[in-house]
Design a protein around this ligand. Structure first.
Ligand SMILES: Cc1cc2nc3c(=O)[nH]c(=O)nc-3n(C[C@H](O)[C@H](O)[C@H](O)COP(=O)(O)OP(=O)(O)OC[C@H]3O[C@@H](n4cnc5c(N)ncnc54)[C@H](O)[C@@H]3O)c2cc1C
Length: 324
């Protein structure tokens, strides 16, 4: 089999990319080793920017139909007090099993197909999966933070997630504590999605739950960029910022447009990768810098407590406006 584009991973970034490529008339396939719907560790918060991306993909009605709930403010709890911050624009709460299923549905995402190796030669790439061998002109890594196909710097932080009965209304609740931080949001079926970010050694200190999922290590910084990487494969955005889903969808859509233009103009893979990386830097480097500063700041409970004391809502609103 031969195709123009192979995408490794068919979750949010990969499915958005293959959806947009197909719409643009490009022959593309995304290989996803899992079968949707499947559980995934995530805070379940879809920011307003991510909602815009879903809208652009024509998926907003389906996402609402799948049970997404409106989230219009953050409630930050810490030993120093509690702060309510209305969002300038509302986001959504939805589990990743529901969201990823909707985004991949009806696209060229081949589920249950794991990519085992990728080899390049003068004419393109040979991709071996557990099912077949495919030739492609362009390869996109959308295999997430643990992707074997590109490198990131791992940190000793892990994500822990579970569901609980009852809802949080339209709030995104946040807690900061010594071992890390966590959040909860209402998701479909009137239940709450709880998610925490903890250091490796802290995980064992909390009582295990039967339905608890753990993921990690997390990886924020890409090493030696050059290939086409989208979503977490390009480096995670701190979960606290709630912009990872936005980054995954936006980078997937952006890559699709750059690749479609590159193939139309008979550009080489290296030229297309360079054009994509330039676009990605332009769209994301300033935001990522701001979000990385935020990530460092929330690791210090004292900083959070001081911020709450000084009515940090003004600062946070400004920050959100910048990210918008
Ligand atoms: C604890 C935690 C909480 C978070 N909370 C939020 C939040 O509330 N809001 C938010 O916006 N972001 C949040 N994020 C970030 C968000 O989850 C990610 O940014 C997002 O999942 C990235 O999507 P992706 O498609 O790039 O990667 P992933 O969703 O990780 O998908 C990668 C896919 O590639 C597949 N794959 C991997 N290897 C192969 C292979 N060899 N062959 C085929 N398929 C392969 C995997 O099965 C997987 O489905 C959170 C992250 C963590 C860790």
């Amino acid at each position: 089999m031969a195709t123009d584009v192979v995408i490794i991973g068919g979750s949010l970034a990969g499915a958005a990319c293959v959806r947009e490529l197909t719409r643009l008339g490009v022959d593309a396939v995304a290989f996803e080793r899992e079968v949707f719907p499947r559980p995934k560790v995530c805070g379940g918060f879809v920011s307003a920017n991510a909602v815009d991306c879903l809208d652009r993909l024509g998926l907003l009605p389906a996402v609402r139909e799948a049970g997404a709930c409106t989230v219009d403010h953050a409630k930050i709890h810490s030993a120093g007090g509690e702060l309510h911050i209305p969002f300038p624009r509302a986001g959504l709460g939805i589990s990743r099993s529901a969201l990823d299923h909707v985004v991949a549905l009806g696209t060229a995402v081949q589920q249950g197909t794991g990519v085992q190796s990728v080899r390049s030669d003068a004419d393109g790439f040979t991709v071996d999966t557990n099912r077949s061998r495919v030739r492609a002109k362009v390869i996109v890594d959308a295999a997430g933070k643990l992707s074997r196909f590109s490198r990131r710097l791992a940190v000793a932080e892990f994500g822990v997630q579970y569901f609980a009965e009852g809802t949080r209304g339209s709030a995104l609740d946040f807690w900061f504590f010594h071992d890390g931080y966590g959040g909860a949001v209402t998701v479909e079926q009137a239940r709450s999605n709880f998610c925490f970010l903890l250091s490796k050694e802290a995980i064992g200190r909390y009582p295990p739950r039967r339905d608890r999922l753990v993921t990690g290590p997390l990886a924020y910084e890409p090493v030696s960029p050059g290939s086409i990487r989208i979503g977490d494969a390009a480096g995670m955005i701190d979960p606290f910022c709630g912009e990872g889903i936005h980054h995954a969808l936006d980078s997937g859509i952006t890559a699709a447009h750059v690749i479609a233009g590159g193939l139309r103009n008979r550009r080489s893979h290296a030229e297309i990768a360079q054009a994509f990386n330039w676009q990605w830097q332009r769209r994301w480097s300033r935001k990522r810098l701001l979000l990385a500063i935020m990530r460092k700041a929330v690791r210090y409970p004292l900083a959070v407590r001081l911020a709450l004391g000084f009515r940090a809502d003004w600062f946070l609103r400004r920050l959100w406006a910048t990210i918008d």
